[in-house]
Design a protein around this ligand. Sequence first.
Ligand SMILES: [Zn+2]
Length: 117
Amino acid sequence: MVDPLPSCPDCGSEHTYELGALVACALCGHEWSQAGATEAVDPHPRSVLDAVGNILADGDSVIVTTSIKVAGAARPIKAGTKVRNIRLIEPVNGHDIDCRVDGFGAMLLKSSVVKRA
Ligand SMILES: [Zn+2]
């Protein structure tokens, strides 16, 4: 016996059959694609782009392209500051990079203000 086909998502019938790349229901005639159901879950479905459109990845080094004010710090992070070993995260208030900036410590940055080094 081959892999059992899924029940019809429309009427719940088990009387389904393969129709090329589709699965069809003998009872209600509903046809659907099984592709996608077995797709692996990508931990980073979004592409995070830097200021000039390079795709960023975990572990990349980036250069800050504009001076960034830091709450509680006496000085801003200067444009040209190199940040090593970034980590991409789910955006928090538009900040999608978690990193550690020399002299400032751990902080979140926006991918729009950095350039891949
Ligand atoms: Zn059906």
